[in-house]
Design a protein around this ligand. Structure first.
Ligand code: 5AD
Ligand code: SF4
Length: 447
């Protein structure tokens, strides 16, 4: 069997990063070799994101950059996968006729065979089937870890929530969970390979085990994963506030390996807009969760997502969102201008917010959040935190970088041999994007 050199370019979220790792494993198992330079590749695959219009435009412009390469080397297989490919299907071939292969979010496992088909039959292939009654999600192992002591493990895929703005249910399909035994086995394998921290991934991890019905819900899954010998840290993302149960809050209190950070997207601080978004919680309920989480795990870091300029959002609605930022005091915030996505309920809503108003709201929101991020980071100054060392710091100067339990990046003088260890670090200076520290001791046994 011929061995090809492949190159994968990934756009978008952690879920996509992880899918690319699964794809890389499948291709490696098929005898192919990953290369770091697309100019050296026989197969170039783009794993794409469709969450906002801008993300989708970027995909097509990147695709255009590969066009000359393809024209010079007609043998090159150029493929498009992920959420844009899922949404567009055959349309991709019209918009970019030089593409050879289109695969979806549920046909990743077919890619090695599809590549063979493209090469042997010299024809273009599209496979974007999506099943609407999925069984359990199996075989979703990613590749053995790289050099990082951190790894992602998918626990569920898809989403059944249909928030009015969101394309995810259309491009990732119905919710489906992986069997708990598979997840635990993957974590064990990663830990044996030197991983210290896992992040459990899903579009809505709190509904883990609902479809297909399983005997383990998400808090119980956390307990199983926490029992894996040698695993130091567990994180998970993303959580929908409406599904955050008391049992999950208790997990923060009772399972020390569960790290004190939660990403809990609020989207808007106005009940009226939350209703229009179909989020199915109120600001009051959300703030109740924040209170419960902080009681369960004092010092827990909270981050969130906000959309500004959802159709019909008034100045008063927007001010309510600013109020929530002040009330919660988030450690970090991802904020976006509303972008209508084809096929979603919000795409057809009246009363669009003009672009300049969206811009202005976004700028005000981000300025307000900066103050909170800085205040939360400064609160760590003078404290000693265990930092899991990930590698050399981008700041250079013989520094290493790692994360505190709260998921804050710390740069400090250290030894690259510390990678994979938890080192106690005193935080000496805080900025918006990172902290500077000094090692207090070099930690215990190397991982
Ligand atoms: N427009 C703007 N932001 C969006 N998000 C999801 N869909 C859209 C959209 N159509 C944001 C939400 C979500 C994050 C991943 O992306 O805040 O939590
Ligand atoms: Fe999109 Fe809502 Fe599902 Fe999150 S919960 S993926 S925002 S539909």
């Amino acid at each position: 069997m011929e061995s090809l050199r492949f190159y994968i370019q990934t756009f978008g979220c952690q879920m996509n990063d992880h899918d690319s790792e699964v794809l890389a494993r499948l291709l490696e198992e098929d005898g192919h070799l990953e290369v770091a330079d697309p100019a050296e590749a026989d197969v170039i695959l783009l794993n794409t994101c469709a969450i906002r219009e801008k993300a989708e435009q970027k995909v097509y412009s990147e695709l255009g950059r590969y066009r000359p390469l393809k024209e010079r080397r007609p043998d090159l297989v150029l493929g498009l996968g992920g959420c844009v490919a899922q949404g567009e299907g055959r349309n991709v071939l019209r918009r970019a006729p030089y593409v050879d292969l289109v695969f979806g979010t549920q046909t990743v496992h077919e890619v090695p065979a599809l590549i063979r088909e493209v090469r042997s039959r010299r024809r273009r292939v599209v496979s974007t089937r999506m099943t609407h009654d999925p069984g359990p999600m199996t075989g979703f192992y990613s590749r053995a870890r790289g050099r990082s002591p951190r790894a992602y493990v998918t626990v569920m895929q898809g989403c059944d929530n249909y928030c009015a703005y969101c394309v995810v249910p259309y491009v990732r399909g119905r919710e489906r969970s992986r069997p708990a035994a598979e997840i635990v086995a993957e974590v064990e394998r990663l830990v044996a390979d030197g991983v210290v921290e896992v992040t459990l991934l899903g579009q809505n991890v709190n509904s883990y085990g609902r479809r297909p019905p399983g005997d383990v819900d998400f808090p119980a899954l956390l307990r199983r994963v926490a029992e894996v010998d040698g695993l130091g840290r567990i994180r998970f993302t993303t959580s929908h506030p409406k599904d955050l149960s008391g049992a999950l809050v208790r997990a923060f209190a009772e399972i020390p390996a569960v790290m004190p950070h939660l990403h809990l997207p609020i989207q808007s601080g106005s009940d009226r807009i939350l209703g229009a978004m179909g989020r199915r919680y109120t600001v009051e309920r959300y703030l109740g969760l924040v209170h419960a989480l902080r009681s369960a795990r004092p010092g827990i870091a909270l981050t969130s997502d906000v959309i500004v300029g959802f159709p019909g959002e008034t100045d008063a609605d927007f001010e309510a969102t600013l109020d929530v930022l002040d009330t919660v005091g988030y450690d970090g915030l991802f904020s976006f201008k509303f972008s209508p996505r084809p096929g979603t309920a919000a795409a057809g809503l009246p009363d669009p917010v003009p672009e300049p108003v969206k811009e202005e709201r976004l700028a005000r929101l981000q300025a307000r959040q900066q103050g909170h991020t800085l205040a939360r980071n400064r609160a760590l100054e003078g404290r000693v935190r265990p930092v899991l060392v990930e590698g050399p710091s981008r700041a250079g100067g013989g520094q290493v970088a790692g994360r505190t339990p709260e998921n804050k990046i710390v740069n400090f003088q250290g030894d690259p041999a510390w990678v994979g260890r938890e080192v106690n670090v005193r935080i000496v200076a805080a900025a918006v994007n990172s902290l500077r520290g000094e090692a207090v001791d070099a930690g215990e046994a190397a991982a």
